[in-house]
Design a protein around this ligand. Sequence first.
Ligand SMILES: NC(=O)c1ccc[n+]([C@@H]2O[C@H](COP(=O)([O-])OP(=O)(O)OC[C@H]3O[C@@H](n4cnc5c(N)ncnc54)[C@H](OP(=O)(O)O)[C@@H]3O)[C@@H](O)[C@H]2O)c1
Length: 174
Amino acid sequence: MIIVTGAGGNVGRQLVGRLKEAGAPLRACFNSPRKAAEARAAGIDAAVLDYAKPETLDPALAGGEKLFLLSPPERTELEPGVVEAARRAGIRKIVKLSVWGAPSEAFTFARAHRAIERKIEKSGIPLTFLRPNGFMQNFVAAHASTIKNQGAFYAPARDCRIRSSVRRAMPLNP
Ligand SMILES: NC(=O)c1ccc[n+]([C@@H]2O[C@H](COP(=O)([O-])OP(=O)(O)OC[C@H]3O[C@@H](n4cnc5c(N)ncnc54)[C@H](OP(=O)(O)O)[C@@H]3O)[C@@H](O)[C@H]2O)c1
């Protein structure tokens, strides 16, 4: 079974939909009890998982084989407890949503995500780190107000090309 954290967010919602379509066994984990209840009503195995509440971790991960690990923006410090819980639960693969440039540790998000990547590496659990660049969703979320009010958006990318990278320690479907 694949455990999906952040199942109610940008990435997790899409992932749950794709896994359902593919018929993969999954448990969707939500911080919001309301979203978890709605998912259950829609026939999805769902759990409430709050990284800040350690008592929610073991039940949410029980029976899981693979873990998709995502934290809210700027809250990656909450993830280490989940890595420990993954080890207790016998998780055999962690796919972590990280950020482009994490190994450089050259900016805040890179440093935050790289710290968790290291924790996962030390755990010895087989891993995949996804390192995307800026999401297109940012244009309709974070940048929406300046686009509406000033006809502009501000991103610290100048005229750089945009690239993403994936580090795979194992094939995606071992
Ligand atoms: N935006 C970008 O351009 C970009 C680029 C590269 C990497 N990233 C990384 O992508 C991640 C964000 O992904 P996203 O956009 O899918 O996130 P998101 O839409 O903001 O969703 C965050 C999810 O975290 C859950 N959550 C909130 N507090 C929690 C807690 N205490 N315990 C457990 N879960 C909690 C929320 O659950 P509920 O829905 O149940 O409330 C929500 O589903 C961040 O780590 C960010 O650094 C973002």
